[in-house]
Write a protein that binds this ligand. Structure first.
Ligand SMILES: [Zn+2]
Length: 501
């Protein structure tokens, strides 16, 4: 089976920040997990390079929008690499291949009769690059997101007949209860649709940076149309000489933040209907990571800066913290102090120590060789069915719940060490069989837990699975494996760093 997952494409009018990293890390967890299941995965991320926000940012700096895009897009590519994203392609919407495909698709939308010319008047936020409906206005005609005064705009432009897709969208949501997750976001989209859809402006006459409408070059396309289409166009040119559209479309998951829900959950499926494509299968909407607590931390100051965290603690720790601290889908607070607390107590102590101790005991008591023994029934209950539970949760993009499910194994294994006290067993020759059993089960428990953790902690999992002499990375290998292999001791997976940088 194929699995196509995307992140939003990021506006190149600024630098990447934690919010961008968060969406990309989430999509990466899903992509890695599905690869472990043997699926044919395609993972797309990229940059959104047209529209007024970019035009304005470039103007401020005295450079062209293309220069701004060329300067900033590599920062987003770099960010993807730093957080260990395994994207299969990075799309930039100023790529002429994207533009050609957008022109072709939008011409079809035009030819199918889904656009018309009209006059638009409304409140426009240049930073959202969007008109606000009366219902969306903040106090005193301001943008509720950017808290800036809106501009009253009136112009002749082209409209997309969103209203004519009212019934089709209602039916889509009825037929597919999981089209948008979590549920409360789905309800938001449904109630937006049920209030009655209005046609949306498709082009603007005064834009200087954006694609021309193929049938009316005096107008430029409203950036959202060209941006949303990236999810489809990328497939047509991501592989030289190959069109992947048939193979991967419709997308399995669009991962996005709540501020762009309306575009994805309402306009996007309608645009796809208008162009003759199937809608995506599902989208998952995540909340914001809020920098609530301003308490100074030992090493990171008072802002959780992803670059700083990665420099000091590695990308795995950042990935882990974001999905562990804030339930994926909800808003939640993150802080450097909170990061350090989880790093120390969960990554360094619970998991890192468990790994080092287990490997060290196998080294000391059994000369580095995992004994061949049976599964300990007292441990089996915790591991029974865990692979399936994690699959089910990640099928619904429940990233935090799946991680919690896996972390219970880490906790259980630590408890197992305390209960079985291998250091005492080692002092008593008559307990040799029992010690074999405990050491085998620790190695086996660590192996299974680490395979499941791999999408969250890819670099750490790689090291630990290497030390455990586990060549497989797939979830088919979760079933128990015999002993006999030689393991290696490891330096701490998550070293304690108490000193300020
Ligand atoms: Zn705004």
């Amino acid at each position: 089976m194929t699995y196509y997952v995307t992140t939003p494409i990021y506006y190149v009018n600024g630098d990447p920040h934690l919010g961008h990293a968060y969406s990309t890390m989430a999509a990466d967890v899903l992509a890695r997990h599905m690869r472990q299941r043997g699926e044919d995965v395609f993972f797309l991320t990229g940059t959104d390079e047209h529209g007024e926000p970019i035009e304005l940012a470039a103007e401020k700096e005295g450079i062209t929008p293309q220069e701004l895009a060329d300067r900033n897009a590599p920062k987003f590519e770099q960010m993807a690499r730093r957080i260990e994203a395994t994207n299969d392609f990075f799309i930039r919407t100023s790529d002429p291949r994207h533009e050609a495909k957008v022109a072709e698709i939008m011409q079809r939308v035009h030819d199918n009769g889904h656009v018309y010319e009209g006059t638009y008047e409304g409140w426009y936020c240049p930073r959202c690059a969007d008109f606000k409906t009366e219902r969306e206005l903040g106090p005193g005609h301001t943008c509720p997101i950017h808290e800036i005064p809106l501009e009253r705009e009136r112009e002749e432009n082209w409209f997309f007949r969103l209203s004519s897709f009212q019934q089709q969208l209602e039916r889509l949501y009825e037929e597919r209860p999981d089209f948008v997750v979590p549920d409360f976001r789905r309800n938001e989209a449904v109630s937006f649709i049920k209030r009655g859809l209005e046609d949306v402006s498709l082009s603007r006459a005064r834009l200087k940076w954006g694609m021309h409408l193929p049938w009316d070059p005096s107008q430029r396309m409203y950036v959202w149309f060209d941006a949303l289409l990236n999810y489809v166009t990328a497939l047509s040119f991501a592989r030289e000489g190959e069109d992947l559209t048939e193979r991967y479309w419709p997308a399995d998951y669009h991962v996005l933040a709540k501020d762009i829900l309306k575009f994805h959950a309402v306009i996007w499926p309608a645009l796809l209907f208008a162009a003759g494509y199937e809608p995506p299968k599902r989208m998952v909407i995540h909340g914001y990571l809020l920098m609530g607590e301003r308490k100074m931390s030992k090493s990171l100051g008072n802002v959780l800066d992803p670059d700083q965290v990665i420099d000091r603690y590695g990308a795995d720790a950042l990935r882990y913290y974001c999905f562990r601290e804030v339930s994926f889908g909800q808003d939640g607070s993150v802080s450097p102090a909170g990061f350090e607390a989880r790093y120390e107590s969960e990554l360094a102590n619970d998991y890192g120590n468990l790994a080092s101790r287990s490997l060290a005991m196998i080294d000391r008591y059994r000369d580095g060789k995992v004994p061949d023994a049976a599964i300990d029934e007292s441990l089996a209950a915790s591991f029974d069915g865990v692979g399936q539970r994690v699959r089910d949760l990640l099928d619904h993009a429940e990233l935090s719940q799946a991680l919690d499910e896996i972390w219970q194994l880490v906790r259980r294994l630590n408890q197992y060490v305390e209960e079985s006290r291998p250091w005492d067993l080692a002092k008593d020759e008559s307990q040799a069989g029992r010690l074999d059993l405990v050491l085998y089960n620790l190695a086996e428990g660590l192996r299974v837990t680490t395979l499941l953790l791999l999408p969250y902690l890819p670099e750490t999992a790689e090291r630990l699975l290497g030390a455990l002499q586990e060549p497989a990375r797939g979830l088919a290998e979760l079933g128990s494996r015999g002993g006999g292999q030689r393991v290696e001791k490891l330096p701490p997976l998550f070293p304690k760093l108490d000193q300020p940088a």
